[in-house]
Design a protein. Structure first.
Length: 187
């Protein structure tokens, strides 16, 4: 099982430099765990940047994995792991979810450094590039809008699934409408 944390999902949706690494982890949707706290974090970032439609689209893509709610067992383990590894609450819940379900964590979050069964993907953006406001990176259009020259928007990128889903069903796609930045990217 794979568990991609919020930083990984946001990198994937933004088609950032590390998106291909997370795309590999997200390839088999039957093997993806999504803690409900990741839904919260991704929705909270995408909503103000891209609006409700894009935020709900992000959640819909995440829901292709198995959503794991915060229950008593995960909450108590999260508290223990948070104290042991000095993790913030959301990160402790993510790690506890992975431990309870024997999943491997994929992240860009340095808080996970040195923790067993975690792949920490170093952020490849220099801090200066994360500071640029969205407006300086070019306007991101909804998929249905045309580019300034009248050309169609590029088709969404797809990550193949191995679970036999028919080709005409939507699968783990991200579009230019999904490009987001996190507060860390703007620092």
């Amino acid at each position: 099982m794979n568990l991609v944390d919020s930083s990984g999902w946001l990198e994937y949706f933004a088609d950032g430099p590390n998106a291909p690494v997370f795309a590999k982890a997200l390839r088999d949707t039957d093997q993806i765990l999504v803690p409900s706290v990741c839904l919260y974090e991704v929705y909270k970032v995408v909503l103000p940047q891209r609006g409700p439609s894009a935020a709900l689209q992000a959640v819909a893509l995440m829901r292709q994995g198995r959503i794991v709610e915060l229950g008593e067992r995960i909450a108590l383990l999260a508290a223990e792991l948070g104290l042991k590894h000095k993790l913030p609450m959301a990160d402790s819940v993510i790690l506890a979810t992975a431990r309870v379900h024997d999943a491997h964590v994929w992240t860009q979050d340095a808080d996970f450094a040195g923790i067993e069964n975690v792949t920490l993907v170093p952020e490849s953006r220099p801090k200066a590039s994360r500071q640029r406001p969205l407006a300086s990176r070019g306007k991101v259009r909804d998929q249905s809008q045309r580019s300034p020259r009248g050309a169609e928007a590029p088709p969404p990128r797809q990550v193949p699934r191995s679970n036999g889903t028919p080709a005409n069903m939507p699968t783990m796609t991200r579009t230019s409408a999904m490009r987001v930045t996190t507060p860390e990217m703007r620092k």
